[in-house]
Ligand binder design. Structure first.
Ligand code: 4NP
Length: 155
Protein backbone atom coordinates (compact mmCIF):
# COMPACT_ATOMS: atom_id res chain seq x y z
CA UNK A 1 0.00 0.00 0.00
CA UNK A 2 1.24 3.48 -0.90
CA UNK A 3 -0.15 6.34 1.19
CA UNK A 4 -0.38 9.90 -0.14
CA UNK A 5 -1.18 13.00 1.94
CA UNK A 6 -1.90 16.37 0.32
CA UNK A 7 -1.24 19.39 2.56
CA UNK A 8 -2.22 23.06 2.33
CA UNK A 9 -2.86 25.84 4.85
CA UNK A 10 -6.57 25.53 5.60
CA UNK A 11 -7.45 22.06 4.17
CA UNK A 12 -10.57 23.56 2.60
CA UNK A 13 -9.45 24.73 -0.88
CA UNK A 14 -6.37 23.20 -2.52
CA UNK A 15 -5.53 19.98 -0.66
CA UNK A 16 -9.10 18.59 -0.61
CA UNK A 17 -9.32 19.40 -4.33
CA UNK A 18 -6.10 17.44 -4.92
CA UNK A 19 -7.29 14.58 -2.67
CA UNK A 20 -10.54 14.22 -4.63
CA UNK A 21 -8.96 14.50 -8.08
CA UNK A 22 -6.15 12.08 -7.21
CA UNK A 23 -8.60 9.56 -5.75
CA UNK A 24 -10.51 9.64 -9.04
CA UNK A 25 -7.35 9.09 -11.14
CA UNK A 26 -6.39 6.19 -8.87
CA UNK A 27 -9.87 4.66 -9.22
CA UNK A 28 -9.83 5.12 -13.00
CA UNK A 29 -6.65 3.02 -13.12
CA UNK A 30 -8.05 0.37 -10.75
CA UNK A 31 -5.39 1.16 -8.15
CA UNK A 32 -7.76 1.89 -5.25
CA UNK A 33 -6.55 -1.22 -3.38
CA UNK A 34 -2.96 -0.06 -3.65
CA UNK A 35 -3.00 3.70 -3.11
CA UNK A 36 -4.60 5.47 -0.13
CA UNK A 37 -5.29 9.23 -0.26
CA UNK A 38 -5.92 11.85 2.44
CA UNK A 39 -5.41 15.60 3.01
CA UNK A 40 -4.67 17.91 5.93
CA UNK A 41 -3.99 21.57 6.75
CA UNK A 42 -0.99 23.03 8.56
CA UNK A 43 -3.37 25.37 10.46
CA UNK A 44 -6.19 24.49 12.87
CA UNK A 45 -8.47 27.18 11.43
CA UNK A 46 -11.06 25.00 9.68
CA UNK A 47 -10.96 21.69 11.55
CA UNK A 48 -14.21 19.76 11.03
CA UNK A 49 -15.34 21.90 8.10
CA UNK A 50 -16.36 20.81 4.59
CA UNK A 51 -14.34 22.02 1.61
CA UNK A 52 -14.84 25.61 0.37
CA UNK A 53 -17.90 26.07 -1.87
CA UNK A 54 -15.57 27.06 -4.73
CA UNK A 55 -13.72 23.73 -4.45
CA UNK A 56 -17.00 21.79 -4.16
CA UNK A 57 -18.41 23.53 -7.24
CA UNK A 58 -15.31 22.84 -9.33
CA UNK A 59 -15.25 19.17 -8.32
CA UNK A 60 -18.96 18.83 -9.14
CA UNK A 61 -18.39 20.47 -12.54
CA UNK A 62 -15.80 17.79 -13.40
CA UNK A 63 -17.86 14.97 -11.82
CA UNK A 64 -15.27 14.30 -9.13
CA UNK A 65 -16.74 13.05 -5.84
CA UNK A 66 -16.17 15.20 -2.75
CA UNK A 67 -18.07 12.90 -0.45
CA UNK A 68 -17.12 12.75 3.21
CA UNK A 69 -14.23 15.19 3.16
CA UNK A 70 -13.73 17.01 6.47
CA UNK A 71 -10.82 19.33 7.28
CA UNK A 72 -8.20 18.16 9.77
CA UNK A 73 -4.83 19.44 10.95
CA UNK A 74 -1.48 17.88 10.05
CA UNK A 75 0.11 15.91 12.91
CA UNK A 76 3.63 14.59 13.60
CA UNK A 77 2.25 11.06 13.24
CA UNK A 78 1.47 11.78 9.57
CA UNK A 79 5.23 11.58 8.93
CA UNK A 80 5.08 7.88 9.86
CA UNK A 81 1.74 7.12 8.26
CA UNK A 82 2.28 8.51 4.75
CA UNK A 83 4.81 7.67 2.03
CA UNK A 84 4.30 10.89 0.05
CA UNK A 85 3.57 14.23 1.74
CA UNK A 86 2.62 16.71 -0.99
CA UNK A 87 2.62 20.42 -0.05
CA UNK A 88 0.84 22.96 -2.24
CA UNK A 89 3.35 25.78 -1.78
CA UNK A 90 6.74 26.63 -0.33
CA UNK A 91 5.21 27.88 2.92
CA UNK A 92 3.41 24.55 3.40
CA UNK A 93 6.71 22.71 2.81
CA UNK A 94 8.44 24.87 5.45
CA UNK A 95 5.65 24.26 7.97
CA UNK A 96 5.62 20.50 7.27
CA UNK A 97 9.39 20.27 7.80
CA UNK A 98 9.20 22.35 11.01
CA UNK A 99 6.45 20.14 12.44
CA UNK A 100 8.18 16.88 11.48
CA UNK A 101 11.52 18.13 12.84
CA UNK A 102 13.90 15.23 13.25
CA UNK A 103 11.42 12.86 11.61
CA UNK A 104 13.44 13.19 8.43
CA UNK A 105 10.78 12.25 5.87
CA UNK A 106 12.12 11.12 2.50
CA UNK A 107 9.28 12.28 0.29
CA UNK A 108 8.08 15.77 1.21
CA UNK A 109 7.43 17.32 -2.20
CA UNK A 110 6.15 20.71 -3.39
CA UNK A 111 3.31 19.56 -5.66
CA UNK A 112 4.09 21.43 -8.89
CA UNK A 113 7.80 20.56 -8.70
CA UNK A 114 6.54 17.29 -10.21
CA UNK A 115 5.44 19.26 -13.31
CA UNK A 116 6.92 21.64 -15.87
CA UNK A 117 5.57 24.58 -13.81
CA UNK A 118 7.94 24.36 -10.81
CA UNK A 119 5.91 26.80 -8.73
CA UNK A 120 3.39 27.11 -5.88
CA UNK A 121 -0.25 26.15 -6.44
CA UNK A 122 -2.07 29.52 -6.35
CA UNK A 123 -4.44 29.71 -3.37
CA UNK A 124 -7.99 30.30 -4.67
CA UNK A 125 -9.05 31.39 -1.18
CA UNK A 126 -7.20 34.59 -2.10
CA UNK A 127 -7.19 34.59 -5.94
CA UNK A 128 -10.84 33.49 -6.34
CA UNK A 129 -9.73 31.54 -9.44
CA UNK A 130 -10.70 27.92 -8.74
CA UNK A 131 -10.35 26.99 -12.42
CA UNK A 132 -6.66 27.94 -12.55
CA UNK A 133 -6.06 25.91 -9.40
CA UNK A 134 -8.08 22.94 -10.69
CA UNK A 135 -6.08 22.80 -13.95
CA UNK A 136 -2.76 22.83 -12.08
CA UNK A 137 -3.97 20.30 -9.49
CA UNK A 138 -5.02 17.91 -12.27
CA UNK A 139 -1.61 18.22 -13.94
CA UNK A 140 0.13 17.63 -10.60
CA UNK A 141 -2.03 14.58 -9.85
CA UNK A 142 -1.20 13.01 -13.21
CA UNK A 143 2.52 13.60 -12.61
CA UNK A 144 2.30 12.16 -9.09
CA UNK A 145 0.57 9.01 -10.27
CA UNK A 146 3.23 8.56 -12.97
CA UNK A 147 5.95 8.95 -10.31
CA UNK A 148 4.35 6.42 -7.95
CA UNK A 149 3.97 3.90 -10.76
CA UNK A 150 7.61 4.46 -11.78
CA UNK A 151 8.92 4.14 -8.23
CA UNK A 152 6.87 0.96 -8.02
CA UNK A 153 6.35 1.05 -4.27
CA UNK A 154 2.71 0.04 -4.67
CA UNK A 155 3.71 -3.61 -4.60
P1 4NP B 1 -6.23 26.39 1.45
O1 4NP B 1 -6.76 27.90 1.38
O2 4NP B 1 -4.94 26.43 2.24
O3 4NP B 1 -5.99 26.02 0.01
O4 4NP B 1 -7.30 25.57 2.11
C1 4NP B 1 -7.01 28.70 2.50
C2 4NP B 1 -8.15 28.50 3.25
C3 4NP B 1 -8.42 29.34 4.32
C4 4NP B 1 -7.55 30.35 4.64
C5 4NP B 1 -6.39 30.54 3.89
C6 4NP B 1 -6.12 29.70 2.83
N1 4NP B 1 -7.84 31.24 5.72
O5 4NP B 1 -7.12 32.25 5.87
O6 4NP B 1 -8.79 30.97 6.47
Amino acid sequence: MTRVLFVCLGNICRSPMAEAVFRKLVADEQLTDQIEVDSAGTSDWHIGKSPHTGTLAKLAEYEVSSEGMVARQLTVKDAEDFDYIIGMDAENIGNIRNLFGDNNHQRVIRFLDLTRHQKDVPDPYFTGDFQETYDLVLEGCQALLDLIKKEDITK
